[in-house]
Design a protein around this ligand. Structure first.
Ligand SMILES: [Zn+2]
Length: 139
């Protein structure tokens, strides 16, 4: 779980183009779900913990009658971002896993291909210095 969280932090810090592009698409698609999740589940939970009447939206410091420093809106936006980033992270993680599996498969198959004698083109063992088929010395 520690490694998982570290990977998540690295993912947020990286921000490479492919991840960002996927993030924009997935983020757009998940906005409604995330808003519903934050508004209906997470904010009430925070209200429950803090005992506040309005949840994080109530965390505002009035400056004067019309203006207030609204921490609630900022915290809500940050929570939204973290959830979207986490969902995108999970999608990219599974995508990377799939890609690395394909890559590993290719590497293994190329490793499995036995070397060939340059003189008679018969397969020889890796590291062999003399071909068992034609007797030629191999570098
Ligand atoms: Zn040979």
């Amino acid at each position: 779980m520690k490694g998982f969280m570290r990977e998540f932090k690295e993912f947020i810090a990286q921000g490479n183009a492919m991840d960002m592009a996927i993030g924009v698409i997935i983020g757009g698609a998940f906005t409604a779900i995330v808003n519903a999740l934050v508004g209906n589940i997470i904010q009430p939970l925070i209200t429950l913990i803090t005992g506040g009447a309005e949840g994080v939206s109530g965390l505002r410091i009035p400056v004067n009658a019309e203006t207030a420093i609204d921490f609630g809106a900022l915290i809500s936006a940050i929570i939204n971002f973290l959830i979207v980033a986490f969902i995108v992270f999970l999608m990219v993680k599974s995508l990377n896993k799939m890609m690395s599996l394909t890559k590993n498969g290719k590497e293994e198959s190329s490793e499995e291909a036995a070397p060939v004698c340059p003189h008679c083109l018969e397969e020889i063992k890796a590291g062999a210095t003399k071909c068992p088929h034609c007797g030629s010395a191999i570098q």
